[in-house]
Design a protein around this ligand. Structure first.
Ligand SMILES: Cc1cc2nc3c(=O)[nH]c(=O)nc-3n(C[C@H](O)[C@H](O)[C@H](O)COP(=O)(O)O)c2cc1C
Length: 172
């Protein structure tokens, strides 16, 4: 597990290669087993493989999201605030599990923040995505995860360089 965590890095360049359906299903199974507050599972996932839609997703935040256009797939993570007051945490856990499972399967991934972010035109990124993906109004989009076979090398984390000063024992 520690080795998986050490070698996971954000990947923003992907090969043209498609991701096998079997791997996509494993990814999604992992996500669906995510823990959630009161086991409410207040999330919905939209899996996008269509190039044109990936292209539209990529435009939501300029450079911060542009690499979605080159991804083999994107998973949009949304939550229902009516279903849980901690939907943000629950969605974040799902997204993190997606990223770790992706790395385990030899895929690269990167989180693209949606909640609280604006489009280059100044609108809410969530509203733009609701339009593009026909998401019902009551949901809020937390993030999107871009995925695919990595086309870039990423240096693993160095265990000696971790911020050990952020760890406190017994009190701050
Ligand atoms: C909540 C969150 C939001 C992020 N938003 C973006 C984003 O919008 N665009 C992007 O390129 N990377 C985004 N990232 C990826 C971070 O930049 C990246 O995780 C961080 O720089 C650490 O690098 P590493 O993932 O390679 O360890 C986000 C990561 C998190 C956890």
């Amino acid at each position: 597990m520690l080795e998986l965590l050490r070698t996971r890095r954000s990947i923003r360049r992907f090969m043209e290669r498609e991701v096998e359906e079997e791997k996509i299903q494993e990814l999604l199974q992992g996500a669906l087993m995510a823990p959630s507050s009161k086991n409410r599972r207040p999330w919905e996932l939209i899996v996008v493989k269509d190039k044109e839609i990936l292209n539209q997703l990529s435009q939501c935040r300029g450079r911060a999201s542009g690499f979605m256009a080159g991804a083999a797939l994107g998973v949009v993570v949304l939550g229902n605030p009516e279903a849980s007051d901690v939907w943000v945490e629950d969605c974040s856990i799902v997204a993190t599990i997606l990223q770790l499972q992706a790395h385990f399967l030899g895929l690269g991934s990167c989180w693209i923040q949606v909640r609280k972010r604006e489009t280059p035109e100044g609108g809410k990124v969530g509203d733009y995505l609701k339009e593009v993906l026909s998401i019902p109004q009551k949901y809020d989009v937390e993030c999107m995860i871009a995925l695919g076979y990595p086309a870039q090398e990423a240096k693993p984390h160095d265990k000696d360089q971790l911020s050990y000063d952020k760890i406190h024992y017994n009190n701050f």
